[in-house]
Ligand binder design. Structure first.
Ligand SMILES: [Ca+2]
Ligand SMILES: [Ca+2]
Length: 366
């Protein structure tokens, strides 16, 4: 914003200051240079400020008492009390509520294990707006000297071989730092196992002084739907995923179409063949990004049939051999990105399109 001053009889430097302050909002004031008629003022908020509009009074004064003042309205965005600034993780508050988990019998491409049942999420919680990124995972690895399972067991992970046009694995040359295509720091981390995700959560919990974990499968579907009962939070048809999700599309067909001609490529071009930087697509109604597509996401639960009685905060079976995975990926057609679609993997599985996001309990503002 600009603060205007009049300097008909004055050409020296003018000092600026502010009256009052707003918690969580920082105002950067520079003195007004000689002969300038206005000055740019930067406002930055750490997003922990209370959710309302505030007024700041800015004053400018020169040596001859020439004075200008301006009132600034500052609206601070709500619902960011859980923001974890230490690793740049943005958390979104998900309200408590009831929903119908699973898909109706008429939903196209549904599987029989998506039996509809009522689930109550009894407490609000926070979920990371994005999949955990390469950069965030790197910080964890650098601080803890952690070695991922794919590196430790020598088997490696999965990746794309540009020379052959094929996805291949397990191969020791692939791991979270190399998937065969360029991944910036803001791409979702892949080739991480369920245990790797657990280790990340433990590190983050210790660092932040509160518990972070993987979402339960019910929390994941509830968050993905964002109160939609349709196959996708964006609508009923796969075409509605365009600009909402990174799925297998014409972009992916270019490098992979020759070797994988029968894959289910959407007939639109979403601009990303492989992983996209998190948040490249539109968020759902809760403000969560890439719940559909980009990379599959590990959940906390063991795989099992649903308990189809109405239930509260389900956590899956007590024991099992495989962990739930949700959301589809850049490698899959829209049917696997459906909110109700369930898949699962051995906890030591690592894939070039499998990552995770985290949740933490509700933290109310002090
Ligand atoms: Ca894509
Ligand atoms: Ca995803």
């Amino acid at each position: 914003m600009r603060i205007q001053i009049t300097r008909k009889q004055y050409d020296g430097e003018i000092q600026l200051w502010q009256e009052g302050s707003i918690r969580g909002v920082e105002v950067t004031l520079h003195s007004i240079p000689a002969r300038a008629e206005h000055v740019e003022i930067q406002l930055s908020a750490d997003r922990s400020a209370p959710a309302q509009t505030h007024t700041l009074r800015l004053l400018a004064m020169g040596e001859n008492a020439l004075r200008a003042e301006s009132l600034i309205q500052v609206a601070v965005k709500p619902a960011s009390a859980g923001n974890v600034s230490s690793i740049g993780l943005e958390l979104v508050r998900i309200p408590a509520g009831k929903f119908i988990m699973g898909s109706p019998a008429e939903e196209e491409h549904r599987y029989l294990d998506e039996v509809q049942h009522e689930v109550e999420i009894s407490q609000p919680f926070y979920m990371s707006a994005h999949e955990i990124t390469v950069g965030q995972f790197r910080q964890f690895v650098e601080e803890t000297r952690y070695t991922t399972e794919a590196e430790k067991d020598g088997e490696g992970g999965w990746g794309f071989n540009k020379a052959t046009g094929r996805l291949e694995g397990r191969n020791p040359k692939y791991n979270w730092t190399n998937v065969g295509w360029a991944q910036g720091e803001n791409h979702p981390v892949v080739n991480v196992t369920w245990s790797d995700a657990q280790a990340f959560c433990t590190w983050l919990s210790n660092k932040e002084g509160r518990t972070f974990r993987l979402p339960t499968e019910a929390e994941w579907e509830y968050a993905c739907r964002a109160q939609s009962a349709l196959p996708f939070a964006s609508g009923s048809e796969p075409a509605t995923l365009h600009r909402h999700a990174n799925i297998a599309d014409l972009s992916l067909k270019r490098p992979l179409g020759e070797e994988y001609p029968t894959w289910d490529y959407a007939d639109f071009d979403d601009g990303f063949a492989f992983t996209a930087p998190v948040g490249s697509f539109k968020p759902n109604a809760f403000g969560l990004y890439d719940m559909h597509g980009n990379v599959w996401e590990w959940c906390e639960d063991w795989h099992g049939e649903y308990n189809v009685k109405p239930n509260r905060d389900p956590r899956g079976p007590e024991i099992g051999t495989e962990r739930m995975v949700r959301g589809g990926s850049f490698c899959n057609g829209a049917r696997y990105a459906r909110a109700a679609h369930r898949t699962w993997n051995n906890p030591s599985h690592r894939g070039n399109d499998l990552g995770f996001r985290v949740v933490t309990g509700a933290v109310e503002k002090p």
